[in-house]
Design a protein around this ligand. Sequence first.
Ligand SMILES: NC(=O)c1ccc[n+]([C@@H]2O[C@H](COP(=O)([O-])OP(=O)(O)OC[C@H]3O[C@@H](n4cnc5c(N)ncnc54)[C@H](O)[C@@H]3O)[C@@H](O)[C@H]2O)c1
Ligand SMILES: O=C(O)[C@H](O)COP(=O)(O)O
Length: 388
Amino acid sequence: MYHIQTLNKISPYGLEKFDRSKYICGDDVQNPDAVLVRSASMHDMQLGDNLKAIARAGAGVNNIPIDRCSQQGIVVFNTPGANANAVKELVMCGLLMSARKVYPAMDWVQTIKGEGDAVPKLVEKGKAQFSGPELSGKKLGVIGLGAIGILVANFARHFGMQVYGYDPYMSVETAWKVSRDIKHAISLQEIYENCDFITLHVPLTPETKEMINSESIKMMKHGVRILNFARGELVSTKDIKDAIDEKQVRCYVTDFPSDELLGHPGVLAIPHLGASTPESEDNCAKMAAEELIDYLENGNITNSVNLPNVIINRNCKTRVTVIHKNIPQMITAIAGVFGDCGVNIENLTNKSKKEYAYTVVDTNGDASEDAISKLKAIDGVIRVNIYR
Ligand SMILES: NC(=O)c1ccc[n+]([C@@H]2O[C@H](COP(=O)([O-])OP(=O)(O)OC[C@H]3O[C@@H](n4cnc5c(N)ncnc54)[C@H](O)[C@@H]3O)[C@@H](O)[C@H]2O)c1
Ligand SMILES: O=C(O)[C@H](O)COP(=O)(O)O
């Protein structure tokens, strides 16, 4: 039996992928083979020796101790694009709310309840304080043109916005999806200096942490509106509050409220609802469950953030997979163990991702305990798994 621990509420649509004759799933599962998680922080968690994989049903993996996982040979998956449409739709709502004062206006209109027949007149009188600009003709800067950024950039053109996109790491495959009307910004400065609205769609990394700070805000247009549906730590809380107080920033829409931001005028705080639609919860859970199942049962890796993607049909009696450091002589050493044990290799695949690599060996022979011990003893080998 495989044991799957869930750390957040995971859509049943994903959980039902696990065949109950082979899998036990639940939040009380001990010593799991794999963990299914959304945003719960795993940084302070012990990662047991039996743990082989973690699947993040979602995009951001900053809640997972990736380095520790790699060192322990734990494969970390996420579900690229599975919640992108949900986020895009809420970003569009955020754009409209940052321009038109819908939220304070709706609050205000409730205050005239009880005024009887005077309500229509009071509405007409009171509405003047809530006028706000149109999006059409304004410039939108999209920072990060991944699954979400591209959808946001392409959609914003339908609001009549002029869109600038910035992503120095964009893949060719991704570039094909960007509408040709989107201006390719070659620097962040170009976005900051030109755009009336700026929306962030980058992962939280040491490079992007607090990328919005007093220095970057200084370069922006007076009265800029900033949207953050990516991660709270991308924006310096102190600097954004100061910039709002100085009217340099007109509005900050964030899906990641903190105590200091709540109640601050000019901040529109949303309780991390970007991916909270039944459709995206289902998509993410299904994709995450399928990734775990194919890894646990076949050793195939799809959408891992710390190991290379390796998907090979299984048509041999035995598969041995090795997670190891990406250093010279590893393939020779691994193949040598099979040779020494008299086992013929039918297929050997090796792929690497940064400091780590993954080797899959398929054979019609058997992998003896002796062979497995020898593989584990190779310097640089982190984990060996056998699939029969
Ligand atoms: N609010 C929510 O509920 C919600 C939902 C999904 C994702 N997110 C957040 O949004 C982020 C983006 O999600 P995604 O699905 O689009 O991910 P993605 O991996 O498809 O896209 C991220 C893009 O950012 C780019 N990038 C990385 N560093 C950059 C930098 N320094 N400058 C510019 N571009 C950079 C990458 O090249 C990539 O194209 C996630 O990492 C997550 O933190 C939030
Ligand atoms: O990175 C993500 O996918 C989002 O922040 C969604 O988080 P959630 O799954 O906790 O809603």
